[in-house]
Design a protein around this ligand. Structure first.
Ligand code: AGP
Length: 615
């Protein structure tokens, strides 16, 4: 997720651009930049970009000669290319008179880049965004609107774009697809930004354009809107009531809920560009391992901590089921001290959202010293893990602010699922048809998550039943047992209610003694359609017989579960191996509802930090 801003008006644009980027810094801050049509010299664009935060950009602008009434700006959360001045936006064409800022992922950028290079265009960055500037240059012959329209027709993927041209000193062209964009105007001029916080102090009357619509912002404050066919339309104007803080949370009461609701987009971004429909193969350009090298892998260690460790447990089940490679999942703080057996056939996956967890970093150093190839799965470009592992796979969860990992966990599981598919395909364990079928089912996950989010009333009802408990048990079988481990962690870390998860088959080997009939101990069970569902139903009857209160996460339409308990949270029907992604969403909302009922701070739970950078 990045932040873009744009202003064209009768006053200097710098203040709006820099203040607006500061208001969007929660969207990403590894590098930033602005471009301005230079006042008094219409054939030139001035540009300034820094690796670092907005404060660094502001200092650089203050020291520069840069000025102008029409400009665009960007704060970056790197997805393609490391954080650097060269990869910072705005990006320009060969002439330097076209500048573009972008939020999103252009899925077909590699092909477009190759075609443009073949036509003689000279690229300065590793980013997907730069292809837009060169495409506009390619199509421009005086009409900027038409040039941008022709450019957009070439793009697949998600984008919010703002385009400047030195020959059009009072004009900004904007367009979007999937990524957010909000427009507004006031007596000083016309404004565009990724999100309301950047413009709310200038106007509360805002315009949202649709996918592949375009808008032209003029210095007199006029905003002309065109639909995807090029027809002019009168936009709807919305009045925003939020205060600034609400606006930065996107109107949600806390970042955790905002990030839970970002999960459909995160899954879409994780899947984007990973499957080549022509070859029928998964695309992992970052992975330098050939099919022969993957065939030689005889053991995988997954090392991680906390929620990332739980993602690794799910990854183990799926990699072993599909690729038939033995996988051991290790808590990093244990792995690094137990002298693990590492041979030339060992592959290590290190999973860390922050890329800064001390124990995971040390586990990676040990594995590398022993000769293993280490693949890091992380969310933060430029984090320390990216310098320690030979291969880095970035999850596309964007900035996660709440301490409790939610969207980053789902992104980790989705990426591990794709990796398992890739390993299975490269080792000849799954056919192209099987891979295509599983990938097609994964493409439905965003809508299924949206369905769960839209039907979350059951969750509030179930949470109320547990809010006063002193302990909660979670049970499930197979991958659902791991979903329970993560659900228990979410509950205890934000509500401080002790929670413990067990494979359902273990409940009779001791834990069932924890059920207190007087307290009606809550037992949360994850029991989607699966080969072991009947066994879990028997375990539910066993705990009910001892006075437990059962909350069930079950597949929509499962009549039997409603006969056993009236506290049922339904999820759409998915294949068992994809169920951790759908079943985890209600458990996140369940934990949050209980935490709120108990008066806890869901974004910043006591005693915790977002990244444990010490041992
Ligand atoms: C999860 O909600 C916690 N925030 C915590 O367990 C976290 O997953 C763990 O500290 C690992 O962090 P990492 O993924 O950044 O390495």
């Amino acid at each position: 997720m990045c932040g873009i801003v744009g202003f064209t008006g009768r006053i200097d644009a710098r203040k709006f651009l820099l203040d607006g980027l500061s208001r969007l810094e929660y969207r990403g801050y590894d590098s930033a930049g602005i471009a301005l049509v230079q006042s008094g010299n219409d054939s030139e664009l001035g540009i300034l970009r820094v690796k670092g935060k907005i404060a660094d950009l502001r200092a650089a602008v203050d020291e520069s000669e840069l000025n102008g009434n029409c400009g665009i700006g960007h704060t970056r959360w790197a997805t393609h290319g490391v954080p650097s001045e060269a990869n910072a936006h705005p990006h320009r064409d060969c002439s330097g008179r076209i500048a573009v800022v972008h939020n999103g992922i252009i899925e077909n950028y590699a092909q477009l880049r190759a075609e443009l290079i073949a036509k003689g265009h000279d690229f300065q960055s590793q980013t997907d965004t730069e292809v837009v500037a060169h495409l506009v240059e390619e199509f421009y012959s005086g009409d900027l609107i038409e040039a941008v329209r022709a450019t957009v027709a070439q793009l697949t993927g998600s984008f919010a774009l703002a385009v400047l041209h030195a020959e059009h000193p009072d004009t900004i062209i904007v367009t979007r697809n999937d990524s957010p964009l909000v427009l507004g105007s006031y007596e000083g001029g016309a404004l565009v930004a990724s999100d309301v916080p950047a413009i709310i102090e200038y106007t509360r009357d805002v315009i949202y354009i649709g996918d592949r619509d375009m808008a032209v912002l003029r210095s007199d404050g006029a905003i002309e809107c065109y639909d995807a066919t090029g027809a002019v339309f009168e936009p709807t104007v919305y009045h925003v009531e939020w205060d600034l803080e609400d606006a930065q949370r996107g109107g949600y009461p806390d970042f955790m809920l905002k990030e839970i609701h970002e999960q459909p987009r995160v899954i879409r971004d994780t899947l984007a560009g990973r499957f080549d429909v022509v070859s029928g193969e998964l695309s992992f350009e970052e992975l330098p391992l050939s099919s022969e090298e993957l065939a030689a892998v005889d053991r995988i260690y997954i090392v991680a901590c906390g929620t990332s460790y739980h993602a690794g447990l799910i990854g183990k089940s799926i990699i072993e089921a599909w690729a038939r490679i033995p996988v051991e999942v290790e808590v990093a703080s244990e792995f690094r001290y137990r002298n693990p057996i590492i041979t030339s056939g060992t592959l290590v996956l290190a999973i860390t959202q922050s890329g800064e967890t001390a124990d995971t970093l040390e586990a990676v150093r040990l594995a590398r010293k022993a000769g293993a190839h280490v693949i890091a799965l992380t969310n933060v470009v430029g984090s320390r893990i990216t310098r320690e592992a030979q291969t880095v796979l970035f999850i596309k969860a964007n900035l996660e602010i709440a301490v409790a990992a939610t969207k980053s966990f789902l992104a980790q599981v989705a990426l591990l699922t794709l990796l398992a598919l890739h390993f299975a395909q490269q080792r000849g364990k799954l056919s192209k048809e099987q891979v295509a079928e599983i990938y097609a089912e994964m493409r439905k996950l965003p809508e299924q998550i949206e369905w769960i989010l839209a039907n979350s009333h059951e969750i509030e009802h179930c949470a109320k039943a547990c809010a006063d408990a002193t302990t909660a048990l979670f049970i499930g079988r197979g991958v659902s047992a791991t979903t329970c481990f993560e659900g228990a962690l979410k509950l205890k870390e934000i509500s401080y209610l002790h929670a413990e998860a067990f494979p359902a088959g273990e409940i009779k080997h001791g834990p069932i003694a924890l059920i207190d009939v007087e307290k009606r101990t809550p037992v949360i069970t994850v029991v989607p359609q699966s080969l072991t569902r009947e066994k879990t139903l028997s375990n539910i009857e066993e705990v009910l017989a001892r006075g437990a209160q059962v909350i069930a996460i079950a597949t929509y339409g499962d009549k039997r579960i409603h006969e056993l308990t009236d506290l049922v949270i339904t999820i759409p029907s998915v294949s068992e191996y994809l169920s951790p992604i759908t079943a985890s969403v209600p458990l996140q909302l369940f934990a949050r509802a209980i935490a709120i009922a108990r008066g806890c701070d869901v974004d910043q739970p006591r005693n915790l930090a977002k990244s444990v950078t010490v041992e």
